[in-house]
Design a protein around this ligand. Sequence first.
Ligand code: AMP
Length: 190
Amino acid sequence: MAHVASGDLFRENVSKGTPLGKLAKSYMDKGELVPDDVTVQMVMDRITRPDCERGVVFDGFPRTVAQAQALDAALAQAGKKIGMVVLVDVKDETLVRRLSARWICPNDGVVYNTLTNPPRVPGRCDKDNGELYQREDDKPETVRRRLQVYHTQTKPLIDYYRAAGLLREVNGEQDIDQVQADLVKQVEQL
Ligand code: AMP
């Protein structure tokens, strides 16, 4: 299945300097959500590409009930539907700690964490020796704003998908291997 992460799509647009990227950046820098219409349009365009024919794992999308409704409508029109929604449940304080320790390789997108998954050489990617960077919006004050936005705008999706019988839950407080094992267990039930 194709991995479609709305945040990655926005970051691609930001680095290419497209009009969408410029608009998105003004929201992303503050930890706010990009407006629903722009986000939905971008994701819908992305899933028309051939790599999405066998299925898609959405990451960071939908983030509002309006986005979820737009996704449901678009999928219904295409004769498709959501198989399952996985909530990886992590406490706010754990997220602040993890995100401040997150480092990413600009070349291949590999994600490291200085606390839980450090690179062999500090600041360098294990695979291609690329110089790792930290996301601008992983600064603690922006993370806190992103969490506030999550609690008001995204959390209602838990009830939305629970009511639809699609919600599965994984305890994201566990270590990486256990979270992965639990995720695989859920996905195998698809
Ligand atoms: P992420 O990489 O998923 O943490 O997203 C980074 C930022 O991109 C978010 O803080 C938002 O500003 C924006 N973004 C990503 N996905 C969405 C979405 N589904 N709806 C609105 N904004 C989004």
